[in-house]
Design a protein around this ligand. Structure first.
Ligand code: PXG
Ligand code: PLP
Length: 441
């Protein structure tokens, strides 16, 4: 097989996403191959993947079953129209997903990304109330620091200022609960923080302001990833659930990061015990191999749409590539890989070792908090005065020089390795990080 891995002469045309383009193009970092736990750079180095790509390659890289499934599918049926026509794999996939989803969630709507899953879930929630004859419930409630992708609905309910401030007035009828980060009371907690269940009561304030009869849904990440890994305080999700139930508000969990084993179960209800009404996913669904997302819906929400004349479309929504055959084949093979290798349980089994290794960084210069759950870790650094993000980004560059891929957001280092990681590789991650943190200004 021929490979062409030489660096392109011109990097100008590609406007890179969420990247400091000018800086990158002066000193590019390029991957040309990946296998299991490692990337290969264009200068031939093996870089340990501490982030599963962008939180997505949960089964690791270059997994044979997934490669084979994609190759076979592309040769057999490349594309089938998504509207008013079907193909077998997408139905098989939906059934397989319903099996690992919470008991009451046996219906799945396919998208191509986390952002699209979020838009789909928000539209479904508003439309659901309307088909039930409750059309005044149109408001959407998000949370400060939330990340729900980059489309207009997602940034409207999202709470990351830099993702919102450039883009006008966004969607109307949206409000936000306060975030749950409380470093004063919870710093260096292992697992879920003790303090902060009362942050959920902020939803009561919002309900009192707008009246429950105007609110369609609340959307939160059960563990807020992109903003820098904020674990839900003990009892917090349960209380959100209770308040939503009390007021007839739908609860949407955005599990684009937490889904598919990251926390030691298929989805957050398996580990936190709180079941929402809608779950949005993407990323780990295909282990990052082919873009795909899925929205899981409680059965009675789905059923509420299945009324009216049978020849009419029930939900005016969908994407050209919803349930694409190649993505479906990749997802089926990914689920088989997770099952065969018991990877969700593996994440749970490794969580203790991971936690100990991570928390051994306590006491190193600039480290002001460490957080973990499952195979997720975060190290929060004290920002350089007047230069926020610089200290953590320097750590990223230094780690990369030492053949370790980490991810930073603000001054927080986020870690989320593929679930196939070995203990020796966990040691390697934290040995490198220790040496990097010791040399930071
Ligand atoms: N919801 C959540 C909770 C996410 O984490 C999205 C929606 C959007 O998914 P797409 O597939 O449209 O990107 C995400 C994505 C990071 C990082 O480093 C996080 C995401 C994406 C890229 C980087 O924290 N989350
Ligand atoms: N824009 C135009 C002009 C289109 O025709 C379509 C789909 O047919 C879209 C956008 C939406 O594309 P997608 O279904 O891939 O989201």
């Amino acid at each position: 097989m021929g490979k062409n891995n030489s660096r392109p002469n011109n990097l100008d045309a590609f406007w890179m996403p969420f990247t400091a383009n000018r800086q990158f193009k002066q000193t590019p970092r390029m991957f040309v191959a990946a296998k299991d736990m490692h990337y290969t750079t264009d200068d031939g180095r093996q870089v340990l993947d501490g982030t599963a790509g962008l939180w997505c390659c949960n089964a690791g890289h270059g997994r044979p079953r997934i490669i084979e499934a994609v190759q076979q599918q592309v040769a057999e049926l490349d594309y089938a129209p998504a509207f008013q026509l079907g193909h077998p794999k997408v139905f098989e996939l939906a059934t397989a997903l319903a099996e690992i989803a919470p008991e009451s969630m046996n219906h799945v709507f396919f998208t191509n990304s986390g952002s699209e899953s979020v838009e789909t879930a928000l539209k479904m929630a508003i439309a659901y109330h309307r088909v039930k004859g409750d059309g005044s419930r149109t408001r959407l409630i998000g949370r400060e620091r939330g990340y729900h992708g980059v489309n207009f609905g997602g940034i409207s309910v999202g709470g990351i200022v830099s993702n919102r401030k450039m883009f006008g007035t966004l969607l109307g009828g949206v409000d936000h609960m306060q975030h749950t980060h409380d470093i004063q009371r919870n710093a260096f907690t292992r697992g879920l923080p003790e303090h902060g269940v009362e942050f959920a009561d902020d939803l009561e304030r919002i309900v009192a302001l707008h009246d429950a009869s105007t609110i369609a849904a609340v959307i939160v990440e059960p563990m807020a990833g992109s903003t820098g890994v904020l674990m839900p305080p003990k009892g917090y999700l349960q209380r959100l659930r209770e308040i939503c139930d009390k007021h007839g508000i739908l609860l949407i969990f955005d599990e684009v990061i937490t889904g598919f084993g990251r926390m030691g179960g298929a989805f957050s209800p398996d580990v936190f015990g709180v079941v929402p009404d809608i779950i949005t996913t993407a990323k780990g669904l295909t282990s990052g191999v082919i873009p795909m997302g899925a929205v899981f819906v409680r059965d009675d929400i789905h059923d509420a749409f299945m009324t009216g004349p049978e020849h009419l479309i029930e939900f005016f929504h969908g994407y050209t590539y919803s349930g694409n055959p190649i993505a479906s084949a990749a997802a089926l093979a990914t689920l088989e890989t997770y099952r065969e290798e018991n990877l969700f349980a593996r994440a749970a089994d490794l969580a203790g070792y991971w936690e100990d290794a991570l928390h051994s960084l306590k006491g190193l210069p600039h480290v002001i908090d460490i957080r973990n759950y499952g195979l997720i870790g975060a190290i929060e650094l004290d920002p350089i005065a007047g230069e926020p993000t610089k200290r953590a980004f320097t750590a990223f560059l230094k780690a990369f020089e030492k053949d370790l891929l980490i991810r930073t957001t603000g001054d927080i280092i986020a870690l989320s390795p593929p679930l196939i990681i070995e203990k020796s590789q966990i040691d390697e991650i934290f040995d490198v990080l220790k040496s990097v943190l010791k040399t930071l200004d």
